[in-house]
Write a protein that binds this ligand. Structure first.
Ligand SMILES: Nc1ncnc2c1ncn2[C@@H]1O[C@H](COP(=O)(O)OP(=O)(O)OP(=O)(O)O)[C@@H](O)[C@H]1O
Length: 230
């Protein structure tokens, strides 16, 4: 398993008491597969993703990323793990307006200490993998919404993460572009062997995923394994 969340409980302050956002949630995601996390608004999906990203430390439970038990890591080691092993893709691409597509990717590699020439080569390779080889020198305002989300996906893969965390990546796209982005995410998950978690409201988007975990009021209420090719 490349991502193991076991017995995660998370509470938030709520006036004089606490609100239980996650209640003993266990999810394991093998390399090369996509697990969809579905559930109504407020059910705890984003909280679980933030726990998996090691951005929120749960009250109890264990988060193991690429074999690293994160509860045992120092703050510096966690930062390092996030940079090297976890890719995140959120609803809005959040690209830097003044940088070209390939430069968006190079920044990530630069922060991880990769030499500039190899970062550019890898950036171009990834833009090719997401179908944007001919848009490498375009800035965000020169790209469509779907193309911006593809740059975002390529950027998340720049440091070869073991874990890919994806939150509603198609919410800003029409159905056709959304389906294309999801198809791409599934294909890249298989090809690059990431353990991918996909948060979605939309059940029509579950076609290519390997497993579905349903969450209600912070607890897992159903799980199903679909065709696994990973
Ligand atoms: N920082 C916070 N402080 C207090 N309560 C929070 C905080 N973040 C989330 N919550 C609460 O925790 C519960 C789970 O929220 P979460 O954002 O994880 O749900 P979600 O399933 O991702 O919802 P949505 O689909 O609307 O994004 C909700 O009741 C929410 O109000």
């Amino acid at each position: 398993m490349t991502l193991d969340l076991s017995h995660i409980t998370l509470t938030y302050p709520d006036g004089s008491s606490r609100l239980t956002a996650l209640d003993d949630v266990t999810v394991s995601v093998p390399a090369g597969t996509v697990t969809a996390l579905v559930g109504p608004s407020g059910s705890g999906k984003s909280s679980l993703l933030a726990v998996a990203a090691t951005l929120i430390i749960p009250d109890s439970g264990r988060v193991v990323v690429a074999g690293n038990d994160t509860t045992r890591l120092s703050r510096e080691e966690l930062t390092d793990l996030r940079r090297t092993s976890i890719g995140t893709i959120f609803q809005q691409p959040n690209l830097l307006p003044s940088l070209t597509a390939v430069e968006q990717l190079q920044v990530v590699a630069h922060l991880a200490g990769t030499p500039a020439a190899s970062a550019r080569a890898r950036g171009l390779e990834l833009l090719d993998a997401v179908g944007l080889a001919d848009r490498a020198d375009h800035r965000p305002h020169q790209l469509s919404g779907g193309q911006r989300q593809r740059v975002n996906i390529a950027r998340a893969l720049m440091n070869e993460p073991a874990v890919l965390l994806v939150d509603e990546p198609t919410s800003a796209l029409d159905h056709e572009r959304g389906a294309a982005v999801l198809g791409l995410l599934t294909a890249l998950t298989r090809e690059r062997r990431t353990a991918t978690v996909l948060v979605t409201h939309d059940r029509s988007q579950l076609g290519g995923v390997d497993a579905v975990v349903e969450i209600h009021d912070g607890a897992v209420t159903a799980r199903s394994e679909l065709a696994t090719t990973g």
